[in-house]
Each structure stands twice: as C-alpha cells, then as structure tokens.
Ligand binder design. Structure first.
Ligand code: LUZ
Ligand code: MOS
Length: 760
C-alpha cells in the first residue's frame, strides 16, 4: 500500500530539480522583473549588469530568436515583456552567470525606465472598463426569466472568494542542457512536459523534435505547474540555447510567490428562487473572475466554474455568466478544483442565505435538491450512477447527524463565549478535461529479458501517488509482483504529445493507457505459452501470480521462462499504447454535451468551535462519505482526501492573499501567508469509502481523487458562519472568504466597514 517514493522521501534520497547533479560548467540564471503593475517600457539598460565579473549573458525580449509568446489558450502573454509591463513580478529579462549569487546581484543592476499607467486590480472594475480576457461565457437551461414568478421566495446576493497560493514544497525550476546537433534537453518541474516542449520550440524558433523534456518528479504542484512551470524552463532553455552551456534556473520562495499566479479570486452575484418548502426552482449567477494580466488557463477555469455552478443539486432553470476580467496582477492559474470550488461556493452561499430567509435549515434545502439518477446537469449531461443521495444518506447514518445537531444546539445554549457550528457539504465533481481533446494519454511498456518491466507514461508524479497506481495497474494486468516493475521518468521522447497531469485524471488516463499496452504484450505471451504447452485453445491459459495456469491448474511455465522463450521466438516484448476517454463531447456554441466521463460524489460534515472573544476557531472534525470507486490504493486515496480537505479549509479560512493598492503582493512569504498547520487542520478527519460505487472509465473501476475532496472544505466556512450566527442570531453576515479570525472578530462585534476587508 506504500507509495513508490515513500522510502526515498523519508531518507531524503528523492531528488528534485535543485538536487540533481548538474553537468560541469553549468551556469545559473536569475530573472529580473517589473517593479510596477502597469506601464510602458521606455528603455532597459543592461550595461552595468553585463559588466559584472562572472556574468555570461543578459537576455531581454529582443534576444528571443523565435516568437515571444507563451500563451497556451490565448496568445496574449510574452515570455519577456516587450513594450509594456502588466503586473509586478512580470519577467523582463534573464541573467546567466557562473554563480547564482552573481546572477542575482547583476539582475539588480538592470535599469528600466517606465511611463506608469493606471492599474486595475478589482475584477468588477476591470469589467466596467471593458478590460476582459475574452467575451463573457453564458450557460443556460430551462427558462429562468419565467421561473421567478413561480417562486415563493427570491433573493439576491453577492459572494467573494479569495485567491490561494499553491505553496508546493518545491519551487519552480529547470535545468537546460544544450546537446549536440542543436538539441536542448530540459529537466523541468512541470505537470505538462509537452507544454514546456512546445513553448520552448516556439520561443527558440526550432522544431519540437529538437527539445526533449524529462520529469523525474515534482515536490508538489496543485495546478501551479500545469501552465506556469513553462516560463522558467523556457528561460533556462533560451540562455542555454544562446550560450550552448547547461543553465539552471530555480526560483527562491519569495520570487516564486511574487511572480507566479494563484487560485483565481472571484466576485459573484447570485439570484435564487425557491418554493416555501425549499425546492430550488431557479438559479442565476454572474462570476467576475480575477484573471490577472494574461489569459493563462483562465478560460478553461471559468468554464469549470460554470459546469459546477449547481454543485450536487438538480435545478430546473439556470443561467450563469462567466466573465474573465483582465487585471494588473500576476496571471492566476490552475489550482486544485480549477474554478469548480469557486462555483460551488456561490451555490452554497445562496442556499445558506435562502435558508436564513425561509427560516429553514440549510441542510434541509441541500437534501431536497440533491441530484438523482437520470437528472439533467444543466449543461446537457444526465446524472448516471449518481451517488449523491447514497453518500448523503450514509453520512447521516454513519455519523448520526441529527444527534450531532442537537448536541451542538445544547452546547450553544450552555455556552456564551464558545459556540459550535455544523455544516454539511455535498460534492459532485466532473471528471475529464473540459476541453475534450486533452483527454488522451499514452504508455510505453517494455518487458526485459530477465522478466523485469519498465513503464513510461505521460503521467507526472507530484506526490499524488500516480506512479504507485500505475504500478498497481500493471501488476494486476500481468499478475506479476510490483517488485518487477519500474516506473520511468516522464519524457517527451518516450511519450509524445501528452496532456498535463491534471484535472484529477492522471491515473485514469495513463493507467488505462498502461493497461492497454500490457494487454498487448500479454496476448503475445499467452500465444507463446500456448505454443510451448501445445495448447490449441489459448483462452484455456491464464497468467496468474507469475505462472501460466491452464484451466485453473498451475503449469510448470513461469513468467521468467516464458519471457525468455518468447524473446527467443523473436516476438516483441514491448508495446506502445494510446488511450482516449470514450463517450465525451461538448459543443462550445450551444454549451451542451457530455463533457465528463463520470462524476465523483460525496458528503462531508464539518464541526467547528468558535471562540467568540478572540474570533479564533478550531475545526473539530470533518467526516465524509466519499465515492472513491474501487480504490486502486486506499491509503493513497485517503491521503489525497485528507490533504484536499485541509487545503480546502485553508482556502476559505486562514489563507489570505493580499495586495497593496499599487498591486504589490503583501502576503509574499510564508510568514505573511498562513497555510494550515497541524493546529489549523481539523483535529480529526474521517473518510468512509462508499462501497457500492462502480466506474467503467477508471482503471479497475477506480475513480479520480485529486481534486474533489478539496471542496469538502467549503463546509468549514458555513460551519463557522453557523457558529457566528449562534452568537449573534439577528445578524446577517456577508459571504466574504477567507473568513479569517480577524474578520470573524470584526463581524461578531460591529458593522464591518467593507473597506477594511481583504481585497484580492
Ligand atoms: N486543466 C485543464 C484542468 O486544462 N482542463 C480542465 O478541465 C482541468 N480541470 C481540472 C484541473 N485542471
Ligand atoms: Mo490541475 S488544477 O493542475 O488538475
């Protein structure tokens, strides 16, 4: 059950980019970046920097031999700024020197003259000024306009959610090695080797075949290296290309936090209409996404917000509008959940406020509107094998929610200074990249003549255990011991045209590809075994526990011998395979289709205790019934669930991304940006595996796990709000995440001046 890397991690033997032995003569690169949020570049003076002893080269936009463009979805982003700068931290140039100290010192000597322009940091302000990444996206279903008159209550409100810094343990970095024949090899901490390869080729003006990207493992990513590992790898490539020397570029923590994007803050408006019994008849929302200065993955993230706008509920009339707003902040990017959490948070806020208005418990509204088998998602897909109801019911049974609620009530009656709050959070998360073409992967499997096995796939190991899962899938398919299997690095020469390891689908896509490759080899092995054993009907044969069985009886032919014999017959022991998720499609004109192979469901219960004197809170527990499918590795999946829950709670409670009025990141280090530690994490996390779940799209019926559990963290927000409500029952609180202790305290005791609340 252990992950492949565990022992190496514990011994400190696992290698990350900064640990890799560099070739002799390696140079070290530092980046210099914009100090203003918006301005015209009048001149860049690099003379002084260039004259520093030990400096080998100073590169700016004019030194780029190919096309100065790194935008993946929309070509709106330069690698190095040319005429204007659009955020503090935007790269302007690169210095490569004999040592990192020299490079950093020389970069400080570069002088840039700017003509400053006004900056926009607020998404609604950007919208008003027409500063958009792309035209708004609208999804609709039923007829919202006609539905309002049929509702007993209709209410409107505003919801804010903040950004989130990834805090991957390993910062962004890459080593570029110039090889013979004009080739560049890139060792990169990226979730998307092909994106690095494609972008490096474009910047250098050479063919993709001249770039090789190799990824050993990442020290965490959480989406932060889906698109934004590219820049640093390509910068190292550029310096290496110019100098024909190896170049290493690793960001230090403060540079990383300052220069890279985060989870998108959203400011949203909603309108919800219900019957007096709490049945939701209509929902309308507008999401102002703070994209930052460039598109990056914002369009895809906005789509995922729209897809998840109704969370785990059936709503017959829906209209959602997504507006991607261009501001002068670092371009925000993928972060675990990819816009889904922001969408769900608005829906849960609407339900919370509706419950307040109806004098009903929010859980009652949640229950009454849960998705059922065959219900329509508002983007055209139907709920199949819908586990929303069963997770909800099991959570109530196993954790006795009714008792918990009455205990909480009596605690609150007996205590003045401390209040408890409980909230439920059902989740429903669509699995597949919403851009259908990305749902493909490949594998290359070699069985060596000694019976050992090498497996290469497009999956990147980032601590999530995908290598262990692929190993398990290969081990089960061949029925050989895991000890025989090695998972190789992710490399573009072995697996080409890969999708990022993202969207929670790394194990699904690559595991399935690996299984196909193994089955190809297995078929040849069984044919070979049939010849050896003179069996006329190969289906009588089976490979089990490293031996050939005939009609359930073990023969004398074992794995090692079978491999040797098959090789001697000149039969290939290698296979390359490709997997593309079946049954998915989406029409971007009508915004209807079947974008997801399947959905992951679950119900989480959160209980908190609030200290109403201090505004501080502890998360007593999060308990969930979660739909893992048939887990390929329960321990890894549980780890993902627990980590996701802690990270989701962090996003909505104590993690506060703050900028100055000039767009300078204030929470720019781990002393000013607080991630949940052992004290802030729930005292207890319990996750029960839903037993009944099946999933034909996952390897061995498993389900994706990476992102969905993060959204249980939304429960913590409303549990805290319920505790606050127990202290001040008459007050209607704003929905303004993160709900830091500071903000709790302010809103418990006074009318909050919104000006003092966080602006993201
Ligand atoms: N990346 C992406 C993702 O390109 N498309 C997606 O739908 C997605 N979803 C979650 C995380 N990353
Ligand atoms: Mo992602 S948010 O890189 O799956």
């Amino acid at each position: 059950m252990k992950s492949v890397d565990i022992e190496k991690h514990v011994r400190g033997e696992s290698q990350f980019i900064d640990d890799l032995a560099v070739p002799e003569g390696t140079l070290y690169a530092a980046v210099f970046d914009s100090k203003i949020a918006h301005g015209k570049i009048l001149s860049i003076d690099t003379d002084e920097a260039e004259s520093v002893p030990g400096v080998r080269i100073v590169l700016t936009a004019k030194d780029i031999p190919g096309t100065n463009q790194v935008g993946g979805i929309i070509p709106d982003e330069t690698l190095l700024a040319e005429d204007i700068v659009e955020f503090i931290g935007e790269p302007l140039g690169i210095v490569a020197a004999d040592s990192i100290e020299t490079a950093v010192m020389a970069a400080k000597k570069i002088k840039v003259d700017y003509k400053e322009l006004p900056g926009i940091f607020d998404p609604r302000e950007a919208f008003e000024q027409g500063s958009l990444i792309m035209p708004p996206r609208i999804f609709s279903f039923g007829s919202v306009d006609e539905a309002w008159s049929k509702c007993d209550v209709v209410l409107e409100g505003k919801v804010e959610s903040g950004g989130q810094e990834h805090v991957y343990l390993e910062t962004q970095g890459s080593i570029a090695i110039a090889e013979e024949g004009g080739k560049i090899k890139l060792l990169s901490a990226t979730q998307s080797p092909t994106t690095v390869q494609r972008t490096a080729a474009r910047i250098l003006g050479i063919e993709m075949s001249s770039i090789e990207v190799d990824v050993l493992r990442l020290g965490g990513a959480f989406g932060g290296k889906e698109d934004q590992a590219t820049h640093w790898a390509v910068m190292a490539a550029l310096a290496s290309f110019k100098l024909r020397k190896p170049v290493k570029l690793v960001l230090n923590r403060m540079d990383d936090i300052r220069m890279t994007g985060k989870r998108h803050p959203y400011s949203s408006d909603y309108k919800i209409g219900l019957t007096s019994e709490g049945k939701i008849l209509a929902f309308e929302a507008t999401y102002y996404q703070n994209a930052g200065a460039f598109a990056d993955l914002s369009p895809a993230i906005l789509d995922r917000t729209l897809f998840h706008a109704t969370n785990s509920y059936y709503v017959p009339n829906v209209r959602t509008t997504g507006i991607s707003c261009k501001t002068n902040l670092a371009p925000n990017t993928a972060f675990r959940g990819f816009g889904g959490p922001q969408g769900k948070f608005v829906m849960e806020a609407a339900i919370y406020k509706a419950a307040e208005k109806l004098g009903m418990e929010a859980t009652e509204i949640q229950r009454k509107n849960l998705l059922k088998e065959g219900d329509d998602f508002y983007y055209g897909q139907k709920a199949e094998q819908c586990n929303a109801g069963i997770c909800w019911t099991k959570a109530h049974e196993k954790y006795d929610v009714e008792k918990l609620k009455s205990e909480t009530d009596s605690f609150n009656k007996q205590n003045y200074r401390f209040k408890k709050g409980v909230a439920l959070m059902p989740i429903c998360f669509g699995i597949s990249f919403t851009n259908a073409f990305l749902n493909q992967a490949s594998a290359l499997v070699h069985v060596y003549t000694d019976g050992s096995i090498g497996v290469s796939t497009a999956a990147v190991e980032m601590g999530q255990g995908v290598n262990e899962k692929i190993k398990t899938a290969v081990s089960k398919t061949f029925s050989v011991s895991k000890d025989r299997i090695r998972i190789e690095t992710t490399n573009t020469t072995r697996n080409a045209n890969t999708s990022a390891t993202a969207a929670s689908s790394g194990a699904d896509l690559n595991g399935n590809a690996a299984i196909i490759a193994c089955k190809n080899i297995l078929e040849r092995l069984l044919k070979s075994a049939a010849e050896e054993l003179r069996v006329t009907n190969p289906p009588d044969l089976e490979l089990r526990d490293e031996a050939i069985y005939k009609n359930d009886k073990k023969t004398g032919l074992a794995w090692d011998e079978l491999i040797r014999l098959t090789y001697r017959k000149r039969v290939s022991l290698s296979s390359q395979a490709h997997y593309a998720t079946p049954d998915i499609y989406f029409n971007k004109e009508t915004n209807k289709g079947r974008p997801f192979a399947y959905h992951v469901y679950g119900t989480g219960i959160t209980s908190v205790t609030l200290d109403c004197l201090r505004g501080t809170y502890t998360i007593d527990f999060v308990k969930a019934v979660h739909d893992f499918g048939k887990s390929l590795n329960p321990l890894i999946d549980l780890g993902q669930a627990e980590g996701g829950i802690a990270q989701g709670i962090g996003w909505l409670t104590i993690e506060e991304v703050m900028h100055s009025d000039e767009g300078k990141l204030l929470s720019n280090s781990l002393s000013t940006y607080k991630v949940p530690d052992i004290y802030a994490a729930p005292k207890n996390i319990e996750v029960i595996f839903l037993e009944e779940s099946e999933n034909k799209y996952g390897p061995f019926n498993s389900k994706a796990i990476g992102e969905p559990p993060l959204m249980y963290g939304i429960g913590a927000y409303f549990a805290i709000l319920n505790a606050m409500k127990a202290f001040r029952p008459e007050k209607e609180f704003d929905i303004y995440a993160p709900i830091t202790p500071e903000k709790v305290l302010l809103s418990l005791y006074e009318k909050v001046d919104k000006k003092h609340l966080v602006k993201n």
